[in-house]
Design a protein. Structure first.
Length: 622
């Protein structure tokens, strides 16, 4: 069935006309967007007014354009529709480019609206501010973004502009990535027929549109997969991020239930399936991971990957052993069965067809993998907060329905060690890894979560009706986008922000220059942040803990468990302490790296940098 979004009605101007700017915002709202992010500028101000004319959209002003891109990215990941933000010609669109690149890297739906100079200014190469040179080409910045977008509507003619807007919105859904709308300021005020809004935009892949589905290839792929599953003795499933990006989570859940075989997650696929399920084993990250997980994964005689994204940071530095002779990859637009590729498929309808083709009763009876008991950290008796102690506390703090946001660094590695409650979504920029992303993305994440909360759409998003947005970031990363806390306070949203204060760039210290001053950051007195940004209750909304007892008491407080306003929690952790996975990832590279980490004084949580018992001899099959 085509995924056609409901057309909306709108009040009309003279003779049933509306401005092109109004048309664009109405179309964006029709596909499920309720909030626009961005920074006002003189080449977008007039069509920003059109946002309010819709009567349904709201606009959140960000502290800068990069943060707007991050916020829109976070919004998209939670709501499953494009995140949309707007900037101005030149300085604004370039400022946002890094955020767009991250969305491109991780297949996040993003619409970047750029307010351009007028067409007369462009044709005459006028030396308008924000331009370059004495005879500036005003499209220079347009070309800068070509490698990090899937499509662009370079609007110029009023007769073709509405169709171009519709086209790139569709492309945003089909390819799950960034698109641009370049809108000259004068063109935004020209009129189009409002009746065009009555035809919904079809955002689903189909046989007769581009990119198209080859039904013969899709049927052949389903047949090949079912045959392989029937022949396998011990199949397993590896779930990754692109399942979520291409809206195939419901189909994935049905497949997991139908097969009833062991299920693993990549770092970026964590949280997609219920981690309390008896079929879920854990995060399979190659050579580095919870003892027993690798052994359980490599016991499979058939591995079915769904939405696989094999980046270094998502595969244990490429240490995850994938034998293509016994692996099936269900990718967004293709299927590979034991090396044979079926092109022009689409993951969502393919998984639905696969479930329908499988027997209703599970065909495999695989014993449950029982992992060894948790290891005892060597610093277990410390009174201060340690990384080994912190993550189990975070696990106990989380609730069903939460959205958990991890920043690049110790946070992401630490969160991979915990088991989420049901209906928890995990968001982190694992592949692109732009530090500072998580703080600004949290704005969009919490806005989207609140929009879904209690709605029928929210219930469809993994059953989420109530929950919280919980960010765990580091002091180094937070420094890059810290000002977006002010935007969150102004917006009246209530995320819980944990900042790990360990005096700088821990990942970089581990990689090189442990004691070098370039890995130090300017110390922050976080107690002053909330008053600075006019938090309504700053004294009771900032919390600081340096000992285990302090943190335990803090996490029991109602204002943190069920926040009504933004809560900021500073966690003081020793400078040379880190998630064991992070140290192990480096130590796995060789003896010299392990010796360097020891010599430089990093905490070796379990001894041997946690690598002992990861590979073999620790799993029992019950």
């Amino acid at each position: 069935m085509a995924n056609e979004h409901t057309a909306s009605t709108t009040s009309e101007g003279p003779s049933g006309k509306i401005t092109l700017g109004r048309y664009m915002w109405e179309r964006i709202h029709q596909v499920g967007v309720d909030t626009i992010f961005g920074v006002p500028g003189d080449f977008n101000l007039q069509f920003l007014d059109s946002i309010y004319q819709t009567g349904r959209l709201k606009f959140i002003t960000n502290q800068n354009e990069l943060n707007a891109a991050y916020a829109a990215d976070g919004y998209a990941r939670v709501k499953g529709v494009p995140g949309c933000f707007v900037t101005t010609h030149g300085v604004g669109e370039l400022s946002a480019l890094n955020g767009v690149a991250g969305a491109m890297s991780e297949h996040v739906k993003l619409i970047h609206v750029v307010g351009q100079t007028t067409r007369a200014m462009q044709k005459n190469n006028m030396m308008i501010h924000h331009s370059i040179g004495r005879k500036p080409d005003h499209q220079t910045y347009n070309r800068c973004s070509e490698p990090v977008r899937f499509a662009a509507a370079e609007l110029w003619d009023i007769d073709t502009a509405p169709a171009e807007i519709d086209r790139v919105i569709r492309e945003c859904f089909i390819k799950s990535g960034p698109v641009y709308i370049f809108l000259p300021l004068d063109l935004s005020a020209e009129l189009v027929d409002s009746s065009l809004l009555s035809t919904p935009i079809d955002t689903s892949p189909s046989i007769d549109t581009s990119p198209s589905i080859d039904t013969n290839a899709q049927n052949a792929a389903v047949s090949a997969i079912t045959s392989a599953l029937n022949a396998a003795k011990h199949p397993s499933i590896l779930i990754d991020a692109l399942v979520q990006r291409f809206d195939a989570i419901p189909e994935t859940h049905r497949l997991v239930d139908r097969l009833s075989v062991p299920v693993f997650a990549a770092n970026m696929g964590k949280g997609i399936v219920d981690e309390s399920s008896p079929h879920y084993i854990g995060v399979w990250n190659g050579a580095v991971g919870t003892p027993g997980v690798r052994e359980a994964a490599e016991a499979a005689d058939l591995m079915l990957t769904l939405g696989y994204l094999p980046a270094d940071t998502n595969s244990g530095g490429f240490s995850r052993a994938i034998d293509e002779k016994r692996t099936i990859h269900v990718n967004p637009h293709s299927v590979v069965v034991f090396g044979e590729e079926y092109k022009n498929t689409s993951i969502k309808p393919l998984l639905a067809a696969l479930v329908d083709a499988l027997p209703k009763e599970p065909q495999h009876s695989i014993p449950k993998a029982v992992l060894p008991p948790p290891r005892i950290p060597r610093d277990k008796d410390a009174e201060h907060i340690t990384q080994s102690w912190l993550w189990p506390q975070i696990e106990r703090f989380l609730q069903p329905g939460d959205v958990v946001v991890g920043e690049t660094g110790t946070s992401v590695f630490g969160l991979c060690d915990i088991t989420f409650p049901p209906n928890v979504q995990f968001i982190a920029q694992v592949y692109y890894g732009s530090i500072g992303y998580a703080m600004a993305a949290t704005l969009g994440i919490e806005v989207a979560r609140k929009e879904l909360e209690g709605t029928s759409a929210g219930a469809g998003k993994k059953g989420r009706k109530k929950g919280r947005t919980v960010l765990i970031t580091g002091d180094g990363s937070m420094a890059l986008t810290i000002q977006e806390i002010g935007t969150m306070i102004k917006a009246g949203i209530a995320p819980i922000i944990f900042v790990i204060n360990n005096e700088g760039y821990t990942v970089e210290r581990l990689i090189w220059g442990a004691q070098q001053p370039y890995n130090d950051i300017v110390p922050h007195d976080y107690a002053h942040l909330l008053p600075l940004y006019h938090h309504p209750d700053p004294d009771t909304s900032f919390h600081r803990a340096s000992t285990k007892v302090e943190l335990e008491l803090m996490l029991a407080q109602k204002c943190i468990k069920t926040p009504e306003s933004l809560q900021l929690v500073e966690l003081v952790v020793p400078k040379m302490d880190t998630s064991w996975r992070l140290g192990a990832q480096l130590a796995w590279r060789g003896e010299k790296d392990a010796e360097r980490l020891t010599k430089e004084g990093f905490v070796d949580t379990y001894g041997g940098w946690g690598l002992e018992g990861v590979e073999r001899g620790s799993v029992k099959w019950s």
